[in-house]
Design a protein around this ligand. Structure first.
Ligand code: ZN
Length: 312
């Protein structure tokens, strides 16, 4: 049977000042900060996670805030923009909200859908689109109630350095369905009801440069460890070198670079963010993996303090 990927698990990006990051994704967009931890490969810097009330797969954006680091450039070999699904009829609310925060935005149509497009404070491209599918988020924050709240990812807009090869991977190896073409964009769909639409720019664009304001990688969902291993084998059979499984505490991860130069990850749905704190406490305290717990004092001294704040 042909293997089919469910959809996006999470998207990870590099940003600047951590409080500006929290203010935007929690304070303005109303996502829940579901985890504050450190970069497991660089424990002197944060790794912050934002999603729906539980941090369900398909809703989670994660950040490495590198305050003062060099600005990146969005381009080929990256996710160009991150699309969020909002409930039907809620775009006017979001337009007003962005105006209230003096965030400039534009509107454009793709495949008959209206996208509200804007940048986060560090240059990441974000867009909102109304979608029927996907359960509403139960997280309400400030003036954002569940009837207008972001549900999770609508999908992602990919900028490939070799679009034909990326398209081939999505369709023939990962089991996406090619559903439409419009201008230079090809639309692919996966099986989940959230994080399931990938728009691929079929024009090769200049390579991006990693840094603040760029996406580092996009992760796709595996049901469990066994499903992840079967994806690893399947990708290797298709001559994609895949990393060994890495324990990310909240999921297990494998990585591979696709031929259009975008870093892909496949992450397990379990165990999720309640593995080290209760659902009520998600995101409130700095959580460290066991290997860094003895260094907590030192780590807390170097991290800039952050706070989730209502900005309405
Ligand atoms: Zn990841």
């Amino acid at each position: 049977m042909k293997k089919k990927i469910k959809g996006i698990h999470h998207i990870t990006a590099i940003v600047g000042n951590p409080q500006e990051n929290v203010d935007f994704y929690a304070g303005v967009l109303g996502l829940r900060m579901v985890k504050q931890t450190v970069n497991f490969d660089d424990p002197g810097t944060y790794h912050l996670y934002f999603g729906d009330e539980q941090g369900s797969p398909g809703t989670v954006i994660t950040f490495f805030p590198w305050d003062g680091a060099h600005q990146g450039r969005i381009g080929g070999g990256q996710v160009g923009s991150t699309s969020y699904a909002v409930p039907k009829g809620s775009l006017p609310f979001w337009e007003d909200r962005l105006k209230g925060f003096t965030i400039s935005f534009s509107k454009s149509k793709r495949f008959g859908e209206t996208y509200l497009q804007f940048k986060d404070p560090h240059g990441l491209e974000v867009e909102l689109v109304e979608r029927e599918l996907g359960k509403s988020s139960q997280w309400s924050f400030g003036k954002i109630s569940p009837d207008v709240a972001i549900k999770g990812f609508a999908g992602a807009f990919l900028l490939s350095a070799s679009p034909e090869l990326t398209a081939q991977l999505l369709e023939e190896v990962m089991g996406f369905e090619l559903v439409d073409r419009e201008g230079t964009v090809t639309r692919f769909k996966s099986t989940a009801d959230i994080g399931n639409i990938v728009d691929l720019n079929m024009e090769a664009v200049h390579r991006g440069r990693m840094g603040v304001g760029t996406v580092h990688h996009i992760a796709w969902r595996a049901d469990d460890d066994q499903d992840q291993l079967s994806w690893k084998e399947h990708l290797e059979n298709n001559r994609y070198p895949v990393t060994p499984v890495q324990d990310r505490n909240y999921f297990n991860a494998i990585y591979f670079r696709e031929h259009g130069d975008i870093l892909f990850e496949i992450a397990t749905d379990p165990p999720g963010f309640t593995v080290d704190e209760t659902p009520d406490e998600l995101g409130i305290n700095l959580k460290l993996p066991p290997q860094y717990e003895p260094l907590r004092d030192k780590i807390e001294q170097v991290l800039l303090p952050i706070k989730v704040r209502k900005l309405d």
